[in-house]
Design a protein around this ligand. Structure first.
Ligand code: BGP
Length: 489
């Protein structure tokens, strides 16, 4: 019996802000990602240093045209190389390709009444070319790409008016691309608002009194929940048959041991992570979060019909990123830590870690798929998974990324095991299928791709693309619908 269903959507994932470049071309406005800087000397586990941004940082970035300090501004130049890249994806046999549409390419400040024609045309060309190569686009509407103008003049997502501005952007995308795109995602890793509020909700903490920040973040993500439901409603009305997914960072947390207190702590971590998908997939907030707000004196403004909107327009499927698993314990402060773009956690003695300290755990993906299926009973889509690593070009010009092949082989086997356990999985789009700029560190040296890009952390290089060994391996995996994973090992 086949391990993967016919039509399983094998592919890869990118995000415009880390991939496109062309940051100020074609009428595009400044996005929050264009303000994030390359931080080579920051401890990768020092979360706040990695993602923190000050008001001065923002003003300096708005006044600067530099791209070396702001690597996401150049990405790996998909903006000019999109045909070449899509040809490479087609060569691998991709069935789907995850990309995002930059809000600021269509609406430079987010407030314009009419979209920017050059931006509309760019995505029309890209999406049409994908379809002409029989590649199903999977489009993320908001992947850390909010207009800086909204951050500066609408307090990011805190101002409720941003809901309507986002809905205008979503409606424009459905009008222009509904005939090309069946699968949509609203907010990338919507749960990351407290980890890096600038990239997710355009919220620069320094700009607001410390005692107001937590409430403002909860209000902002509530506004995103409402915007997600309204976009889902519109999509169903405007594009019959199209499907909307939510997108969660799946930060599966294990208890360090069988001490019941550690079990309770891990459960609390997992509930805190899952509630973001709860609201979008179930259509209501879990009571525990409302109890927490009441205990904490947090007041979140619900619009007159918000609860009805959330209940009426839940997403059609649940997508998520999975890189690593976490460990927690009641005495975590005294325990050895590991790093990660999610947050530092207690070291798991049974797992190896990546060069960036991420704990590699394919069984955790099997576990997470079962957990999400049992919780939501909606189709699941793994829209990010992968190994950020230092790749080298050997004397003979080959890039022998066997470590990445091993990572993917184990995680694809885990998906097959979950499917055998009754989980419905729509597809699998490994992250950074072509090397691109790291979200957390703005490095190029943290490579994820099946395709190598000749560019270094300082922005030096030809941008030329080169096939890694994993390119040919994944080509075989797709050609055999996931049956042949040991080819070339
Ligand atoms: C996720 C983001 C992606 C991607 C990935 C890898 O949080 O959704 O945009 O960047 O992390 O993280 P990094 O690029 O920091 O290695």
């Amino acid at each position: 019996m086949a391990r993967f269903p016919e039509g399983f959507l094998w592919g890869g994932a990118t995000a415009a802000n880390q991939y496109e470049g062309g940051w100020n071309e074609g009428g595009k406005g400044l996005s929050v990602a264009d303000c994030t800087t390359y931080k080579p000397n920051v401890d990768k586990g020092d979360y706040r240093a990695l993602h923190g941004i000050t008001n001065d940082d923002i003003l300096a970035s708005e006044a600067s045209t530099d791209t070396h300090q702001y690597p996401k501004r150049h990405g790996v130049d998909f903006y000019h190389r999109w045909r070449e890249d899509i040809d490479l994806l087609a060569e691998m046999g991709f069935k789907t390709f995850r990309l995002s549409i930059q809000w600021t390419r269509l609406f430079p400040t987010g407030t314009e009444e009419e979209p920017n024609e050059a931006g509309l045309q760019f995505y029309e060309d890209v999406l049409t070319y994908l379809r002409s190569n029989n590649i199903e686009p999977l489009v993320t509407l908001h992947h850390y790409e909010q207009p800086v103008y909204l951050a500066d003049h609408y307090d990011g997502w805190y101002d409720r008016r941003v809901i309507d501005l986002f809905v205008r952007f979503a409606k424009t995308c459905f009008e222009h691309y509904g005939h090309l795109v069946k699968y949509w995602l609203t907010f990338n890793e919507i749960d990351s608002v407290f980890r890096h509020p600038w990239t997710t909700i355009g919220f620069c903490e320094e700009r607001y009194p410390a005692e107001q920040r937590e409430e403002m973040v909860y209000q902002s993500v509530h506004n995103q929940f409402v915007a997600s439901a309204l976009a889902t409603k519109l999509l169903h009305q405007m594009v019959p048959g199209a499907q909307m997914g939510c997108m969660l960072t799946k930060t599966t947390t294990y208890p360090l041991n069988c001490d019941p207190r550690n079990m309770l702590k891990a459960q609390a971590n997992n509930r805190e992570n899952l509630y973001y998908a709860d609201v979008q997939a179930r259509g209501h907030y879990p009571q525990w979060i409302k109890n927490y707000w009441e205990r904490s004196g947090i007041h979140v403004d619900f619009g007159t019909n918000d609860e009805e909107i959330l209940a009426q327009y839940p997403v059609d499927f649940v997508s998520f990123s999975y890189y690593m698993s976490m460990v927690d314990s009641i005495d975590a402060a005294q325990r050895e830590k590991v790093g990660g773009n999610l947050a530092t956690g207690v070291k798991n003695p049974f797992l190896d870690t990546s060069d960036w300290g991420w704990q590699v755990d394919s069984d955790g993906l099997h576990y997470s798929l079962i957990e999400l299926w049992d919780r939501y009973e909606k189709p699941l889509f793994i829209v990010e998974n992968g190994l950020g690593a230092h790749d080298t070009i050997d004397e003979d010009g080959k890039i022998r990324d066997d470590y990445r092949i091993a990572y993917f082989r184990d995680h694809i086997n885990a998906i097959a095991d979950a499917i055998a356990d009754g989980v419905e999985v729509m597809g699998y789009t490994p992250w950074g299928c072509i090397d691109l700029v790291s979200m957390s560190t703005c490095e190029m040296s943290k490579r994820y791709g099946f395709v190598y890009v000749d560019l270094d952390d300082e922005g030096n290089g030809t941008y030329d693309r080169m096939r890694k060994e994993s390119f040919y391996w994944y080509q075989r995996v797709i050609a055999t619908n996931g049956e042949e994973l040991d080819w070339g090992m």
